[in-house]
Design a binder for this molecule. Structure first.
Ligand SMILES: [Zn+2]
Length: 281
């Protein structure tokens, strides 16, 4: 993976437990981890000094991936479920550093990294799901995140309007069938404790259904799956590819690939966002 073009750009990946700050120096990713302070004023100082120290001065640009709900146009975070910060203006960090700044939600930013540097790097139109407590969804076209008017939410496509209640308030969303939360609610077990191949074939069926719908609407060149569940490997991917080929006939199914960047996808994506910026939508 060549990241030379991102030399001197800075990225910040904000999470509920930790904040990862990174840059590309001498062709390599260098990062610093900060335990997420409950007070934003403290976090702000730590992030600014980490960026300045890692870059060795002013960055060429700053990208930020944050838990949402976030308005990517303004970079303003009113609140977020897992961090007690309120009314945060991320663009102000760019003003303090004297550089441009781009902000997006963490799922989109990790997806951008996979699309540009990871599993989707050989393709122009990349879509994917992140399988976690919810199901994140992203679409990246020509190295830029696609949002639509607000943001795409492929994890909340409805598979059955009379299905189980989803956290979003609707019934039968993909997320209400195949997220870790849904799996725990249905089986009483965490996904990592379930070994039964028949169970994973059932989950693969829901995901294949979701990928079929995405493909009819977006027709991606490749589909990327990220998140802890992909550690199942072929127990999940083999039935998924088989069911996708059974379900989708109008166009050839896209190749389905596991994400490659793991927990570093967020900081890589923030650095890519810092250089490439947003589509005009
Ligand atoms: Zn939903």
């Amino acid at each position: 993976m060549s990241v030379a073009e991102y030399e001197g750009y800075a990225g910040i990946d904000i999470g509920g437990q930790s904040i990862k700050v990174g840059t590309i120096r001498n062709g390599e990713l260098v990062t610093r981890d900060i335990e997420t302070p409950p007070d934003y004023a403290v976090a702000r100082e730590l992030m600014l000094s980490a960026v300045t120290e890692l870059v060795g001065g002013k960055p060429k640009g700053l990208g930020i991936g944050t838990p949402g709900p976030i308005d990517w146009r303004t970079g303003f975070l009113q609140w977020t479920p897992n961090i007690p910060w309120k009314n945060v203006s991320y663009p102000e960090l760019g003003e303090a550093l004297g550089c441009s700044v781009y902000v997006d939600n963490d799922a989109n930013v990790a997806g951008l990294a996979e699309a540009v540097l990871g599993a989707g790097k050989d393709y122009r139109i990349v879509a994917g799901f992140t399988l976690g407590t919810g199901i994140g969804y992203f679409v990246v076209m020509d190295g830029l995140i696609y949002h639509g008017k607000l943001d795409v939410e492929g994890g909340h496509q409805v598979l059955n309007p009379e299905g189980p209640l989803c956290g979003c308030g609707a019934r039968g969303c993909l997320e209400a069938y195949a997220s870790a939360t849904a799996i725990e609610a249905r089986t009483g077990k965490e996904p990592e404790d379930i070994d039964d191949p028949e169970f994973w074939a059932e989950i693969a069926g829901y995901l294949a259904w979701g990928i079929t719908n995405v493909t009819t609407l977006v027709c991606p060149e490749v589909f990327v799956l990220a998140g802890g569940m992909i550690k199942r490997g072929e127990t999940l991917f083999a039935p998924l590819r088989e069911k996708l080929a059974q379900m989708l006939k109008i166009v050839p199914p896209p190749p389905v690939k596991p994400a490659e960047l793991g927990h570093r996808a967020g900081v890589y994506g923030a650095i890519v966002l810092a250089k490439r910026g947003h589509r005009v939508e």
